[in-house]
Design a protein around this ligand. Structure first.
Ligand code: HEM
Length: 537
């Protein structure tokens, strides 16, 4: 028989600390009391330790297996619990229940992270920050897995392993571990002009947040919302921090990295412990597909943002973080976000970066969290019932009942395992942007790599421009290969001639040559464009 749906309060209870339990006697994992936790079993007072000491063996074996692989990216993070509440029903745009029920306080778990560093790296490195939100809704878990910058380095997921290999420490000596100040990253970036817009953000003060509480967040990709009439709108998600946005100076960031590598996680933890609960407003840029077609750039290209002057950001709800995790490993480390965790009323677009992410997250979590049952780890469990005929596998926790594990069937007693062919549940909506034939090629509407980088540069104050120039100079001064410095500065000349000249001045290279950048071998449109017939499947 189907159980009643657990409520949000049940979720909080479910995740509540076991640490509050009264003092207990130490036991083994089988529940056997341990009389002595200081001495192993030996053959005589000064003799060797006996293999039969299963208490020692269990303790050391468990310790030996404490580590799981760190995330391949975003390994270093800090997280907190909280809730989300929508201001006004958004039924005009979406059927998602948590965006329509103004009474509902949807529990959330939010993890902030750096991208490049390992799990033990410093918080204040110059880097993008992850901003991942898991909403435990009555219709299933919805994950908004975003960053603190609204655009991304690349346009197609097939370049993600290259981007990350270029930014991570070099394979032969694992140097450098900090920041992006090295030849491989700038080599890749300078050969990929589509990175230019994101580089402007990454060299700005946005890459040095003062606190996780003082960062914006972005869903980055264009998503779709579907209303009760089946109508689709494009949407961009924004998080706006109540405390405003604040950055560190580069000099401060470097000193803090040495003195307190935990600067950001400590700040988040302490604020919540003191009752200074951080808050963000969820903002939406919603537009019809016709409006999107008139913007002058492609909304499926993740290197582009939609200027707020073109489509305003409308505040629709509030996120509050009010409880620290009880256990870092069980919650912050084992949480599994996925941009494909959707609820009815929210859907993907064909953004080729997003499409690749839909495969990548489950795939990596299968190895990071040890098999296909990581949805049963408490932090990943939803608040709505989960019914299906999947069974077995590594680390299965659920004890299934009965003879039947297939559908259709006539032998199971209850009706709860039926498939509802009606309007309930998740339906993939037709996507009008899909056009045949199959092509392994970039759309020409993704070709402009510089206009929005120029837009960003022009929006900066003189002091912010100085910071960007200083950041490029610092980073490129660490690049040993002169040709890489030169190529990067040549690319910057397409953003702004004075920016490129100022960066070049201290690098001992030729004045920037924008023509060289357009014609160079790595420029995608020169090297990789194939005629459609050749690549058609
Ligand atoms: C992890 C954001 C692009 C693969 C993450 C996390 C965030 C994030 C916030 C950390 C999640 C956490 O806290 O556990 C983004 C954004 C992207 C992007 C905003 C672009 C707009 C990609 C792409 C791929 C990818 C293109 C692969 C094709 C991964 C993987 C992880 C990850 C494998 C580790 C997940 C885990 O181990 O649980 N990403 N990412 N990401 N991302 Fe992305």
């Amino acid at each position: 028989k189907a159980k009643a749906s657990p409520t949000a309060a049940d979720k909080i209870q479910q995740l509540q600390s076991y640490a509050d339990e009264p003092a207990q006697l130490l036991t083994t994992n089988q529940g056997l009391q341990i009389p002595d936790n200081h001495n192993s079993l030996k053959a005589g007072l000064r003799g060797p330790t006996l293999l039969e000491d299963f208490i020692l063996r269990e303790k050391i074996t468990h310790f030996d297996h404490e580590r799981i692989p760190e995330r391949v990216v975003h390994a270093r993070g800090a997280a907190a619990h909280g809730h989300f509440q929508v201001y006004k029903a958004l039924s005009e745009y979406t059927t998602a229940q948590f965006l329509n029920d103004t009474e509902a306080r949807t529990p959330v778990f939010v993890r902030f992270s750096t991208v490049a560093g390992s799990r033990g790296s410093a918080d204040t490195a110059r880097d993008v920050r992850g901003f991942a939100v898991k909403f435990y809704t009555q219709e299933g878990n919805y994950d908004l897995v975003g960053n603190n910058m609204p655009v991304f380095f690349i346009q197609d997921a097939i370049k993600f392993p290259d981007l990350i290999h270029a930014v991570k420490p070099e394979p032969h000596n694992e140097i450098p571990q900090a920041a992006s100040a090295h030849d491989t990253f700038w080599d890749f970036a300078s050969l990929m002009p589509e990175t230019t817009h994101m580089l402007m953000w990454a060299m700005s003060d946005r890459a040095l947040p003062r606190s996780f509480r003082m960062m914006e967040g972005f869903g980055v990709h264009t998503f779709r919302m579907i209303n009760g009439r089946g109508e689709s709108h494009f949407v961009k998600f924004h998080w706006k921090p109540k405390l405003g946005m604040h950055g560190l100076a580069w000099d401060e960031a470097q000193k803090i990295a040495g003195k307190d590598a935990d600067f950001h996680r400590r700040d988040l933890w302490d604020a919540i412990e003191k009752g200074n609960f951080p808050e963000w407003e969820l903002g939406l840029q919603i537009m019809s597909e016709d409006k999107a077609a008139s913007l002058g750039f492609d909304v499926l290209d993740a290197t582009k943002l939609i200027p707020e002057e073109m489509v305003p950001v409308v505040p629709v709800g509030k996120l509050v973080l009010d409880r620290n995790p009880d256990n870092y490993f069980a919650e912050t480390e084992q949480v599994a976000f996925h941009p494909g965790h959707l609820v009815p009323g929210i859907d993907f677009t064909s953004d080729p970066l997003l499409q690749g992410r839909l495969f990548s997250y489950t795939d990596t979590q299968l190895s990071r969290l040890g098999g296909p049952n990581f949805h049963e780890i408490p932090i990943n469990r939803g608040i709505c019932p989960v019914h299906n005929f999947q069974r077995d596998g590594m680390h299965r926790q659920t004890i299934g009942r009965g003879q039947v594990s297939y559908e259709p069937n006539s032998l199971a007693a209850g009706a709860e395992f039926r498939v509802d062919g009606g309007l309930q549940g998740f339906h993939s909506q037709p996507d009008n942007t899909v056009e045949p034939p199959k092509v392994r090629r970039r759309s020409p509407s993704f070709d402009d790599h510089f206009s929005q980088a120029t837009l960003f540069w022009n929006s900066m104050t003189p002091a912010e421009k100085d910071h960007i120039v200083a950041a490029f100079r610092f980073e490129l001064s660490k690049v040993a290969t002169v040709a890489v410095r030169q190529r990067m500065v040549n690319n910057l000349a397409h953003v702004d001639a004075r920016l490129a000249k100022r960066v070049a001045a201290t690098l001992g290279i030729e004045p920037p040559d924008p023509k060289a950048a357009m014609g160079q071998a790595g420029f995608r449109n020169v090297r990789f464009e194939l005629p459609i017939e050749e690549s058609a499947a």
